[in-house]
Design a protein around this ligand. Sequence first.
Ligand code: UD1
Length: 419
Amino acid sequence: MEKLVVTGPTPLKGEVIINGAKNAAVAILPATLLIDGCCTIENLPNISDIKISCEILEKLGAKITWNSKNSITVDTTNIITTKAPLDLTSKFRASYYVIGAMLGRMGEIEVGMPGGCKLGARPIDQHIKGFELLGANVTVEKGTIYAKAKKLKGCPIYMDIVSVGATINVMLASVLAKGTTIIDNAAKEPHIVDVANFLNTMGADIRGAGTDVIKINGVEKLHGNATYSVVPDQIEAGTFMLAAVATRGDITLKNCITKHLESITAKIIEVGGNVQDNGDSIRVWCNKRPSKANIKTLPYPGFPTDLQPQMGVVLSIANGTSMITESIWESRFQYTEELNKMGAQITAHGKNAFFEGVKKLSGAPVYSTDLRAGAALVIAGAVAEGTTEIYNLEHIDRGYEDIEGKFRKIGAKIKRVTE
Ligand code: UD1
């Protein structure tokens, strides 16, 4: 078993280079299934979700060549099966993108229900509704999803809720459909725009990604033969921004899109931190105890749920009592029990958690309950006096490339230990 051992307190200072976005990359890889040919994807984060995505593509018949640790060439000329490997697809959430892509390319797919972080109920009814409106027959039996269509036909699709996954999945299914699909009440996250940009680079005709109405004119085929670089990771950038505030440090992030970080910047300024926006880099520093603030997680451009635990660390040591309202996931406060083991005083009730700010945290053994909770505990370890041991690293490794290397580079006393 591996654990991260962090000894603090340490103000984190220095430069961090942000990787490509996990949530864009895990959609772009299955999107390559729509191409009858080759394409090269660069700025891929080197994380376990990407390695599993590649294995799934290979099992379906794709040939993958690693050009470097962050770049691959995918050849999807030959697809040899419409059965996705159940053991691999159950390992992470975004495996559901195989459904949209394979319905578009092959008109058929059999895949296990997706896995991923346990953040509460994670239904996929909006994905299924979209596929059915496009003309697919979808059934779910004993944890397996079967989807089949003779020829998908574009149509208007109104999403009952704003869903990142359903928006991307329906976009994937409709790229090669006959006619025009209009997704209304679409999600607007940067990774949705990135997947649309990738598909358009390969010959798709998608307009409006990044707004709540996306129009997809079906095309005959996607040509490939192009190179695409994944958008910088908004959530990884936000994680380090909040690490700077929590540890009273000074961190400059390179390779980020500051426009995507506005909701985080606003909250950092509200709690007394400083932000200098340089366009493609951003500097965040803080030299005093953060002040209290109230946060409500919302779909983009609101404050992202995937930065809620990291913000929770900042509020746990803020001056005064803060409240976080989690409006996306019902079980996203599990990390607060771990922070309480470190001396935080947080009470979670349903959608709300109250953070009675304490002056300091103390090191303790803690468990990463999901991906972003794990990142929050690494920050908490750098804030706390003494030694923090963080277990369940498989969550963190799904979404952060070399987390200990990056934190070490900015001064954290952190090491990975195998027990
Ligand atoms: C994606 C992100 C995840 C992030 C989340 C919200 C990926 C791989 N994961 O997850 O990190 O926390 O967006 O920003 O990109 N819902 C339904 N029916 C559906 C689909 C969703 O009711 O068919 C609900 C969910 O239960 C949730 C809300 O809609 O309450 C938002 O979910 P969604 O945006 O779909 O999240 P994911 O795509 O799973």
